[in-house]
Ligand binder design. Structure first.
Ligand SMILES: [Zn+2]
Length: 439
């Protein structure tokens, strides 16, 4: 009897470095030539940087290429509506359109050809396979039916593996809970915030999802919560299942997956080549952190070269025992450059606050408020307690742990149970009430 392979594509996942580099070099040349030839945005950008495709032969030539930022892409679409000058294929060759989630202004619209779209969901399928999803599974992708790529790619990826996919896009939370109890759904995909919301709603009705459903694994995307140990532990306890983090980016790919063998995050580097760069844009060494910069090696409608993700990752300094040779990061996305806050000279990331607050079982939900009082910056963490929690003890314990963990004092307010907003997609837990940011 043969054991089922942990790898969907062993020829890539366990390839030698020389083989992978060969694939990457070839695809890089194709992409740079394609962008130069067919994308007015890149023709202009590369010309301005004095680079021609002939000068980019291997990965070692990447630093010759200028960076691309999301602001540039948004400006391009604003100046040249609707799709911008980035578009490098005839419009009629496009099969899919998705939108990034926008906090300000019009969201970025992203187009894909048939092959681009296959690449996006196929690397996602490789991730699901690595988590243990198989064709015998029944999968619920509990995301809304909208222009967010995370829903569609997860749905197509599960189908790509031959799993039976249960469509839940238009269902309410109550209907989803009912479906999970009724049908033999073994795998659930959703944002980490929604997983916790679902569990909380079920608990209110006296339903124990860990005991009353067949879910054996969950995956989480859209936010880094499943890579935060305290949040992951909560999700695993609520569903009685293993939870996995799947980082992705509309503009690049469902680019990686948390490896069950080690907790490292592998990158689908045949689809998107990662650079991890320090503040001076030099590659970091293994074990060090830096900004993740991706060059797409497959997408033709909107090919991105050296795209600054604003995500901070840490290059692993240990091999993964799973046998994959794909490059790996320690943990998932550790921080967003844009989420960094400076409070009285100390740098604070909301993710760190989540790590601390979620470790308290008495906290059902929380909110982080940055405000300025009498000229001084302050952090206030509002915690929404579980109904049975001892409010005074909870406030003192969270305040103590925040002081130790952050190195500065943070105010803690305990709200009435259920007072804070819950989230069925990506959470917005940070409120910055300061009018100006003193950097
Ligand atoms: Zn691994």
């Amino acid at each position: 009897m043969s054991t089922p392979s942990p790898f969907l594509e062993p020829e890539i996942e366990t390839a030698s470095r020389a083989t992978l580099t060969g694939i990457q070099d070839t695809r890089l040349r194709e992409q740079v030539t394609h962008a130069w030839t067919s994308s007015p945005f890149y023709r202009h950008k590369l010309t301005a940087a004095g680079v021609t495709p002939e000068q980019v032969r291997t990965l070692a030539d990447l630093p010759r290429l200028p960076f691309t930022t999301k602001d540039e892409l948004k400006q391009d679409q604003a100046d040249h509506p609707l799709w911008g000058t980035l578009l490098a294929v005839p419009f009629e060759d496009c099969l899919r359109v998705h939108m990034t989630s926008a906090t300000t202004g019009r969201p970025l619209a992203f187009l894909d050809t048939r092959d681009d779209w296959h690449g996006f969901y196929h690397c996602y399928a490789r991730s699901l396979h690595a988590f243990g999803v198989r064709r015998s599974d029944v999968v619920m992708a509990a995301f809304s039916y909208g222009p967010w790529i995370g829903y569609w790619s997860g749905f197509y990826a599960a189908q790509d593996l031959g799993a039976l996919v249960f469509p839940a896009g238009g269902l309410s939370t109550d209907q989803r809970i009912d479906a999970l109890r009724t049908y033999p759904i073994t795998v659930l995909g959703c944002t980490p915030s929604y997983a916790l919301f679902l569990a909380e709603q079920a608990a209110k009705k006296g339903i124990d999802l860990a005991r009353e459903t067949k879910i054996r694994l969950t995956w989480h995307t859209g936010e880094p919560g499943a890579s935060i140990p305290a949040t992951k532990a909560r999700i695993e306890a609520a569903f009685g299942a293993r939870a996995f983090d799947l980082p992705g980016l509309t503009e690049i790919a469902a680019w990686g997956f948390e490896c069950e063998a080690s907790g490292l995050t592998h990158v689908h580097e045949d689809y998107c080549y990662p650079e991890v760069l320090d503040e001076a844009d030099r590659p970091v060494r293994p074990g060090e952190r830096g900004e993740l910069v991706f060059t797409s090696l497959y997408r033709k409608a909107m090919p991105l070269l050296r795209y600054r993700t604003r995500d901070i990752v840490q290059l692993a300094d240990r091999p993964c025992p799973c046998g994959r040779t794909l490059v790996a990061f320690e943990g998932g996305v550790l921080a967003r450059v844009d989420d960094m806050k400076k409070i009285r000279g100390i740098i604070v990331y909301p993710r760190r606050i989540e790590e601390i607050v979620r470790a308290h079982a008495g906290v059902d939900e929380f909110q982080i408020v940055f405000r300025r009082v009498a000229g001084l910056d302050e952090i206030c963490v509002r915690v929404d307690p579980a109904p049975a929690a001892d409010r005074d003890r909870l406030r003192d314990a969270v305040a103590h742990d925040l002081h130790v963990g952050l190195g500065i004092r943070a105010g803690v307010e305990v709200t009435e149970p259920g007072a804070l907003p819950r989230f069925d997609h990506k959470a917005r837990r940070v409120v910055d009430e300061r009018t100006e940011v003193p950097f």
